[in-house]
Ligand binder design. Sequence first.
Ligand SMILES: *Cc1c(COP(=O)(O)O)cnc(C)c1O
Length: 363
Amino acid sequence: MGGNEQSYVDEAFKTNWIAPLGPNVNLFEEAIQNYIKDGVHVAALSAGTAAIHLGLEILGVSHGDEVLCQSLTFSASANPIKYLGAEPIFVDSERETWNMSPELLEKAIVDRIAKGKKPKAIVAVHLYGMPYKIKEVTEVANKYDIPIIEDSAEALGSTYNGVKCGSFGEIGILSFNGNKIITTSGGGALVTKNEEFKKKAVFLATQARDDAPHYQHSHVGYNYRMSNVLAGIGRGQMEVLDERVEARRSNFEFYKASLQHLEEIEFLNEPKGFFSNRWLSCILTPSYEMKERIRYALLEDDVESRPLWKPMHMQPIFETSPNYSDGTSEDLFERGLCLPSGSNLTNQDLERIVALILKELTK
Ligand SMILES: *Cc1c(COP(=O)(O)O)cnc(C)c1O
């Protein structure tokens, strides 16, 4: 926590606003709007996954539709497609940002249309905080008139040509889960320039009650709104977001400065105009065996590291979903490792981690 979270939570208690909705929710939404700028409206929700679910529904995705989705991501990017009875169509990554390949995206769209169904939406992800190739991906999406859900769960604080991530898709989503760059313990948000979309999200997230004195429902609703208590934590976290981005970026810079001379270790650099919050610091090694050697060497000293996200098209639950792959995400999964990346790592922690890797690779 940063410092002021407790006082905003206390406000909720003092005023007895222990409910979804309340002053903290509005003020948290305002804080995010002011941070992202670019005329966005924000709806604070119970999770990033809930935001993707509502986003897809607002874009009209329903039973039997197809939705294009980045394969190299966390399963929460794809699960909501299934909630709606739609089919995910997975698209592989390119090597410059590790995110959705614009070429494979176009190939997938053309092929799906030829097979008789035009995809309803695209879920593109800023993995580990690195923006996807926004210009190229958006051009393909516009060419075929397919809206984008911009999964910014890992990229709050990242920018592309100076503009904050979350504001590029028809709908953007954020996560405040415990592992993200800032947290409300659990939570998320839907971000959009379309005020009607925000209204629709809040309506659906609060059980879709029609305007009537009694409980009247003409839509299926959800219980997805953020609570006023957790929004208090969020207000405090927004005050330290830039510090957290600084801390994550300096972890990355430390690893890079200490390890880049090794031919076994490669880092993902920011292309021109890209600014990553470096949510996680990741390395690429020459082989699966080398990655595992490093992972075990760290583990032996009680340091946890993890392989990159396992691509969705390799997951048992999505086995039967079509995918457009050129092997990139499989290769990244085999050879990539996420190093410890918390905002609270000390220099001593970082030095210890680097020393373990150096010892393993020079023995
Ligand atoms: C964390 C995450 C989500 C889901 O967010 P929750 O708030 O945990 O539901 C979605 N997409 C990606 C890429 C994530 O990392």
